[in-house]
Design a protein around this ligand. Structure first.
Ligand SMILES: Nc1ncnc2c1ncn2[C@@H]1O[C@H](COP(=O)(O)OP(=O)(O)OP(=O)(O)O)[C@@H](O)[C@H]1O
Ligand code: NI
Length: 370
């Protein structure tokens, strides 16, 4: 799938989304003007540090945020031509059950302890309808088999607590797929399971997204991003600072924040220190300017800077004044190679190179042998 003009054929189109949270001591701009598209069949990865607003973005779109204290206060989210915002809970539940499915970090959020897993997979199947005289139960067992549950026809009669965390997540994925959704929104679906299970779940997602299902995937893991994404959105302080095809963003991380995020990737894996609280993020101008080594006066005031193309491909763009036609991005560009997960200066790590089979063949610079 090419990452080009997603706008023209967007399945999901989010524009200037704003979600505020009433906290005890003020108002947090958790989502502060987010715009992006997901095309049919496309996999888009949303990356960014903890607290940057990834989950609130995903859950604002489909009405999963607890209101109060979380309120969607502006913008639009259009799915297959219809607005999602401002719909009733009932309507949103119907959309979530059929056309958009969520997979959460904690599989228990999707599982009901009092029903067997077979019943829980069969329920959305029954709503969606089956073909060729198949019963919902048959189809549920098929799905459980497809996500890799051994002895699926027997295990369908077991309850969630009889499964390990990794197997519960597989069941949750089966439930998500049961109604044959057009879009799966998966929020760190592999974070809560151990490393070997993670690898298998990634393989599963890769298989599942090779078909027509679009995937909006929140992940902290650049390896996961490299292996699954068509495009990447880099989020900080409630807004998106860089977007582009995964090969381009990985080979030329353009925004100073992306460079900081990628550059600290190795360290962060070992670090347990949380980053400073979100209260420090400004609510005007460039949200990253307080931590940016390239900040200038023009970064203060007004809206988050417009997106400017980084190189020839307009799909790869950074929200940074230095990339404006009259700006000077040379010193930032010079720093890109050092933080590139696939660049020549980082240790060779083939698993961080985007999977060439998922990339546009005509696109240069996507080479696993780098
Ligand atoms: N229900 C809530 N009440 C109060 N604050 C909230 C609530 N939900 C989210 N927040 C705050 O909103 C901000 C954005 O949170 P969000 O969960 O979207 O971050 P995230 O990017 O998904 O982070 P992580 O990678 O840790 O999951 C954070 O500062 C978080 O503390
Ligand atoms: Ni989150």
């Amino acid at each position: 799938m090419t990452a080009g003009n997603a706008h023209d054929d967007a399945l999901l189109s989010v524009r200037d989304l704003r979600t505020h949270i009433d906290t005890g001591d003020g108002r947090l701009h958790a989502v502060d003007g987010v715009s992006f598209d997901v095309a049919a069949g496309e996999t888009v990865c949303l990356v960014g540090e903890s607290g940057s607003g990834k989950s609130v973005t995903c859950e604002s779109i489909t009405g999963l945020v607890p209101s109060p204290p979380v309120n969607v206060v502006g913008g639009s989210a259009t799915f297959d031509g219809e607005s999602l915002l401002g719909r009733s809970d009932r309507e949103l539940r119907a959309v979530r059950g059929t056309r958009i499915a969520h997979v959460f970090q904690n599989p228990q959020r999707a599982l009901d302890p009092v029903y067997t897993v077979g019943e829980q997979v069969a329920e959305p199947v029954a709503i969606h309808g089956t073909q060729n005289g198949e019963t919902p139960r048959d189809r549920a067992v098929d799905l459980l088999r497809r996500v890799g549950i051994p002895r699926a026809s027997e295990r369908a009669d077991d309850y969630p607590h009889e499964f390990s965390g990794g197997m519960q997540q597989r069941v949750a994925i089966a439930i998500a797929l049961a109604a044959d959704p057009d879009l799966v929104i998966a929020d760190e679906p592999t974070t809560a399971v151990d490393v070997t299970v993670q690898a298998r779940l990634i393989d599963l997602f890769r298989e599942l997204t090779d078909d027509e299902t679009a995937l909006l995937l929140v992940t902290h893991d650049l390896r996961v991003t490299a292996s699954l994404a068509d495009r990447v959105l880099v989020m900080y302080g409630g807004t998106i600072l860089e977007r582009g095809p995964v090969g381009d963003v990985f080979s030329m991380p353009a925004h100073p924040y992306t460079q900081a995020l990628f550059g600290s990737y190795g360290e962060r894996q070992e670090s347990t220190d949380p980053r400073p609280a979100r209260g420090d993020v400004p609510t005007d101008g460039c949200r990253f300017r307080g931590e940016c080594p390239h900040a200038v006066d023009a970064c203060t005031g007004g809206d988050q800077p417009a997106f400017h193309p980084v190189e020839d491909d307009p799909a790869h763009a950074a929200s940074c004044v230095h990339y404006a036609p009259d700006g000077d991005s040379s010193s930032i560009r010079a720093a890109a190679a050092a933080s590139s997960p696939t660049g020549s200066e980082s240790p060779s790590d083939a698993s961080l190179s985007p999977d060439p089979t998922r990339s546009d063949d005509s696109r240069p610079g996507v080479d696993t042998d780098e």
